[in-house]
Design a protein around this ligand. Sequence first.
Ligand code: AMP
Length: 190
Amino acid sequence: MRLILLGPPGAGKGTQAKILMEAYGIPQLSTGDILRSAIAAQTPLGLEAKAIVDRGDLVSDEIVNGIVSERLDAEDCTPGFILDGFPRTIAQAEALGEMLSEKGVALDAVVEMTADTDTLVQRIVNRARESNSARADDNEEVLRKRLGVYKEQTAPLVDYYKNLGLLRTVDGMAPVGDVTAAIRKAVGGA
Ligand code: AMP
């Protein structure tokens, strides 16, 4: 099963990716998690990305495409994967398409998770409070920036994948278990 979870920050992509990873026995590939690990470890990639991630902008397509390309080569991705937070631009989606066709594989579905802005802001503010925020970008000001970036740069992917016949949309505001059930139904998984 090769899936993309698409949706604004706070829509629940990470939560669902972790549940689906267990259900399908395939890894979650979160470019945000990979970048945060690199930042924490102060690798050259982390040092380059830190200021950009902290202010809620997108890291360059070149950098994230490189991260994903390398990650997809790992053996655990052979049975499939759940992409969480990638692609975020049309250029990334096109690069992903090339990576997969070089491997001779294809996406099964792109699941769009929707939620209204007030819910997203509330969830992120709660996440920051509960986790004593390890994430410098989980505050209301940066979140509003991230939502703007999503609308401008990532939302066009909805039509992109609709045109490819891959888009499935689920209500990301439903309870977690209901969202999982809706995704599994939408992708045709058992
Ligand atoms: P996330 O954990 O998916 O919300 O990502 C956190 C931050 O990492 C984003 O606000 C971006 O700064 C950066 N990031 C994650 N994925 C990407 C991507 N596909 N393209 C560009 N920047 C990304």
